[in-house]
Design a protein around this ligand. Structure first.
Ligand code: SAH
Length: 247
């Protein structure tokens, strides 16, 4: 098909503006304004997610443009994810985060924001946030201390160094596991560490290529038969920094 160069440019500009509009359309100049926009755009659909995000001011977790609906740099080649991605992942995991006494793992805790939201979604949950970069573990702890030191002091939230390819061994199994960095393949230890009925949400794919956010639900403990043990669902095309391999 022949397309004139003028028309081609118009089509390109159109596509560009759609992408820009989607990324920025929930932006605001306050935390409550941001949450309101995310609700209006049907990204926040429940009061549980809404309340957790209202109680967790993003300005405590990122210095630049906290209320812009786009990822922001937080140092060490890491980014805090865009608010719509945080809201989306909390929504997908809500049913397992809110199980009484749920055990939750946030891998690539980065700024600490999402782990705090998870803790606030369920007062009986215990949340672990791990990151491979010691400087980011310190950054997350410093951010949480600003307004939510009680979560750390009570032990309801634990933030520490760890490798997401391995998860946390020797603990009870997790009802919810969120991974905030893209893995080249599904990390087997994380599948093993899921409780029955538990859910893993993880971006999978190479850096620079289109990655897919995947939801894995554990249906049985018979790990030898993958298709019987796990139900896998593709959710969205996404772009995340890589889940690095610790050599
Ligand atoms: N979810 C966080 C940060 C996302 S950036 C937020 O929104 O604030 C991805 C994070 O994954 C970075 O903090 C990076 O250091 C961490 N990361 C990368 N590879 C990792 C690995 N193998 N194990 C644990 N964390 C890792």
């Amino acid at each position: 098909m022949y397309i004139s160069s003028g028309l081609f440019i118009v089509v390109l500009l159109g596509l560009f503006s759609v992408v820009v509009t989607m990324a920025w359309r929930s932006s605001s100049n306050s935390n409550s304004g941001l949450i309101e926009q995310l609700k209006r755009n049907d990204i926040i659909k429940s009061t549980v997610v809404e309340q957790a995000m209202l109680l967790t001011d993003r300005a405590n977790y990122v210095y630049n443009h906290p209320y812009l609906d786009a990822p922001q740099l937080i140092g060490y080649d890491a980014t805090i994810s865009a608010p719509h991605m945080h809201a989306y992942c909390l929504t997908v995991l809500q049913d397992v985060i809110t199980i009484p006494n749920a055990k939750i793992l946030d891998i690539g805790v980065g700024s600490g924001y999402l782990a705090v939201c998870m803790t606030k979604m369920n007062p009986s949950a215990k949340v672990y946030g791990i990151d491979i970069v010691p400087g980011l573990v310190q950054y997350a702890l410093k951010n949480v201390m600003k307004q939510d030191a009680d979560l750390l002091n009570s032990g309801r939230l634990v933030i520490r160094e760890g490798d997401g390819w391995l998860g946390i061994e020797g603990e009870d199994k997790f009802n919810a596991i969120h991974v905030g960095a893209a893995a080249e393949s599904l990390p087997r230890p994380l599948l093993k560490q899921l409780a029955l009925g538990g859910k893993l949400v993880i971006p999978v794919g190479q850096q620079g290529e289109i990655q897919t956010l995947i939801e894995v639900r554990k249906l049985s403990d018979d790990d030898d038969d993958f298709n019987k043990a796990y139900q896998v669902k593709s959710l969205l095309s996404v772009q995340y920094v890589p889940l690095v391999k610790d050599n």
